[in-house]
Write a protein that binds this ligand. Structure first.
Ligand code: NAD
Length: 284
């Protein structure tokens, strides 16, 4: 039987810490501010944006929403970002992805000031993560690390397997495990012998985007299993990338879906926004 690492509990603790620090900042005349840009009317993006605004209110931040119509031009979006880059009350800028197809996501990410890039997607922040000298970490991998730390799991010297190599989860996740001296293997859709590689892992992070992809025969006894996936099964029920029922009895620690990595992402966004506010106001 595995210990179930509760993202609900850990994220509540992170948020409470951010809230307490926010109060201290306010006493110094600084209120952290996050601008959230949403273009178009994708229902999933709307839910994410609402959750982010609510999280800001809960920890005491100011949030500004910029809801732009789907036909917004690249120039209009870039000029909004420029305005927010220069707005002192805004410390973090987040542009909800995906953007409508006619907009250039890369150019939008590049336009956000690296000091306000609380998603840590800007190439200069990505580079800083690579060399281990960063202000912000991307929220989901940072959330996974927070869960690992909360459970007192040692990464150093462990065989770590990250399944998935996306820029927002897989690649930075691998880097963070490497920074803690894990021996890291990144697997992806072209990996051969995935089962064999996973079976040797002490720590598995699944970020594949396929319902219940990781089965018990891929996991060794006592492995730590962290599930980033957010999928729907054939009945439309929320599920992760790990077959929880089958894997849980073999694992030593496991995260559930929902209530695992998911709630950590927004908590880490709050942490990044707080840090941005401190950096921009020269507060240690
Ligand atoms: P993505 O589609 O960009 O990347 C998926 C990765 O899985 C790719 O690198 C691909 O090579 C790999 N992959 C696909 N099929 C594979 C196979 N058969 N074997 C091995 N690897 C395979 O997805 P993403 O944005 O990295 O997200 C991954 C999952 O995490 C999704 O379910 C997504 O919804 C979820 N997610 C959750 C959060 C959160 O807050 N918890 C945040 C971001 C993403």
């Amino acid at each position: 039987m595995a210990v179930i690492i509760s993202g609900k509990e850990v994220s509540a603790k992170v948020r409470a810490e951010v809230k307490a620090e926010c109060e201290q900042l306010k006493s110094k005349g600084v209120t952290p501010g996050l601008a959230v840009i949403i273009v178009g009317d994708d229902p999933a993006s709307r839910v994410y944006v609402n959750n982010k605004k609510k999280a800001c209110a809960d920890v005491g931040f100011v949030s500004e929403e910029y809801a732009l119509p789907a036909h917004t031009t690249q120039q209009e979006l870039l000029s909004l970002i420029d305005k927010l880059n220069n707005k002192p009350e805004i410390n973090g800028i987040l542009c909800q992805l995906p953007l409508p197809k006619h907009l250039d996501e890369k150019a939008v990410i590049n336009a956000i000031s690296p000091l306000k890039d609380v998603d840590a997607f800007h190439p200069s922040n990505v580079g800083r993560i690579m060399i281990g000298d960063y202000h912000f970490l991307p929220c989901t991998p940072a959330g996974v690390m927070e869960l690992i730390h909360s459970a007192g799991i040692e990464v150093s010297g462990k065989n770590c397997v990250v399944i998935g190599r996306s820029n927002i989860v897989g690649k930075p996740m691998a880097m963070l495990l490497l920074h803690e001296n894990g021996t890291v293997t990144i697997c992806h859709s072209k990996t051969k012998n995935l089962k064999e590689i996973c079976s040797n892992a002490d720590i598995i992070v699944a970020a594949v985007g396929r319902p219940e992809f990781v089965k018990d025969d891929m996991v060794k006894d006592g492995a730590v299993v962290l599930d980033v996936g957010i999928n729907r099964d054939e009945n439309g029920k929320l599920c992760g990338d790990v077959d929880f029922k089958a894997v849980e009895p073999k694992a030593s620690y496991i995260t559930p879906v929902p209530g695992g990595v998911g709630p950590m992402t927004i908590a880490m966004l709050m942490k990044n926004t707080l840090k941005a506010a401190k950096l921009q106001n020269n507060i240690e």
